[in-house]
Design a protein around this ligand. Structure first.
Ligand SMILES: Nc1ncnc2c1ncn2[C@@H]1O[C@H](COP(=O)(O)OP(=O)(O)O)[C@@H](O)[C@H]1O
Ligand SMILES: O=P([O-])([O-])O[C@@H]1[C@@H](O)[C@H](O)[C@@H](O)[C@H](O)[C@@H]1O
Length: 371
């Protein structure tokens, strides 16, 4: 299903395809359910792209039990349940899993097949499965219909034990390795990057490794660069990587060069960790960000015209100032700041009453990324 965003001079015209299932997330700590929210990388990415006025087509599958209202209707599979994840924030470090939480897939919806994808071309494709729903043949089809494919490695290397606990397998053994030379960007968190050979993969496609509160690092064939983070009062790390990818692709769609787009990614990652579940962004803040992005695009266009293609990876002059202006947009007004710190996320999600408004409540007990 496609979102139509009213066209303004600031609305980009590139077409974007997001592929990945929505899911139901249950966040648990100390044996108690803290919150139940809409989840899945597709939901966090849609949220960011909509905030940046980027329209997109989304292919996602759910069961008849899917319980959240969304702007992009998923395919409802009558014989299947919606994918459900339980995220435990206090089960200790498991060697082969995410370090900040232990994730268990409790229910699994059907995979997304090549025939589920739209029969048309896109400029950008995003393969962002969470529960193993993206098959090698589905990614292959995405590569055929999209000019540039962005992949979250979690869509490729997650395996599930008999209890549904997420285990990671090496990228080489994932069944997707042969497709890497046909991808444009592969994003991994620092935990996930341990399951790939960055030095080998960067020869084929650009690798972006996210480092929680420390921002991210971009590796391409001939170089690498660190991209500075933004400050955040972390409450729940869920969706930070997804929102990062949404901001990164949103920045590129708006015409930013890679380092500046990665800053936008870091920015949305930092906004997301300050909320439980899916964040509801302040409209004035979004407006300010879009203005900053447009100004930055104009600054860089003159610079890009003078140089070759590779240059879109190099940090252009004014990058640090762009960081500062995004940072200051968080302080767009005292009112906005109050709204952001109060906002529990989207209205549909359920946060248990005893946890509501507790800003010091951190879903971080294993590894607190905010320290
Ligand atoms: N505590 C934090 N403070 C500021 N930014 C953060 C924080 N945690 C995450 N981010 C931002 O979100 C991005 C993705 O977070 P990360 O934890 O690396 O991914 P994942 O959610 O996949 O584990 C980071 O690169 C960073 O820009
Ligand atoms: O936190 P993050 O790694 O960016 O992404 C998360 C997934 O890992 C998780 O499986 C899903 O249930 C969450 O809703 C979210 O999509």
């Amino acid at each position: 299903m496609v979102t139509t965003i009213p066209q303004t001079p600031n609305t980009p015209i590139q077409s974007v395809l997001i592929v990945g299932n929505y899911c139901h997330d249950v966040l648990l700590q100390g044996g108690a359910v803290v919150a139940e929210t809409l989840g899945g990388a597709a939901s966090f990415i849609s949220n960011v792209l909509t905030g940046l006025s980027v329209s997109f087509h989304l292919t996602s599958k759910v069961g008849v039990d899917f319980k959240y209202p969304v702007n992009h209707d998923p395919i409802v599979v009558p014989t299947s349940k919606t994918t459900v994840f339980h995220a435990y924030f206090d089960q200790g470090y498991s060697v082969n899993a995410h370090q900040d939480r232990v994730l268990k897939r409790i229910e699994v919806c059907d995979p997304i097949n090549p025939s589920d994808l739209p029969d048309r071309k896109f400029d950008f494709g995003m393969a962002v499965g969470v529960g193993g729903e993206i098959l090698p043949e589905t990614l292959e089809r995405m590569v055929e219909i999209c000019d540039a494919v962005f992949v979250d490695i979690q869509a490729l290397i997650r395996a599930f034990d008999e209890n549904g606990t997420v285990k990671l397998v090496r990228l080489k053994e994932s069944g997707f390795y042969h497709l890497l030379p046909r991808l444009k960007f592969l994003k991994a968190s620092s935990d996930e990057a341990l399951f790939m050979e960055v030095e080998e993969v960067r020869q084929w496609c650009c690798v972006v490794v996210t480092h929680g509160k420390d921002g991210c690092e971009v590796y391409w064939k001939d170089g690498e660069m660190k991209i500075a983070p933004f400050g955040a009062n972390q409450i729940d790390p869920t969706g930070a990587g997804d929102s990062f990818l949404g901001g990164f692709v949103g920045g590129l769609v708006h015409g930013l060069v890679v380092p500046d787009a990665a800053l936008v990614g870091n920015f949305f990652g930092s906004l997301t960790v300050a909320h439980i579940g899916l964040p509801k962004f302040d409209l004035r803040l979004l407006q300010r960000i879009k203005e900053e992005v447009q100004t930055r695009k104009v600054q860089c266009t003159c610079w890009l015209e003078r140089r070759d293609d590779e240059v879109s990876f190099t940090k252009p002059a004014g990058h640090d100032e762009f960081h500062a202006s995004l940072s200051s947009s968080k302080l767009v007004s005292a009112e906005c700041r109050r709204d952001l710190s109060r906002s529990p996320g989207s209205v549909e999600q359920v946060i248990r009453p005893q946890y509501k408004g507790q800003q010091k409540f951190l879903l971080n007990s294993v590894y607190d990324k905010s320290n």
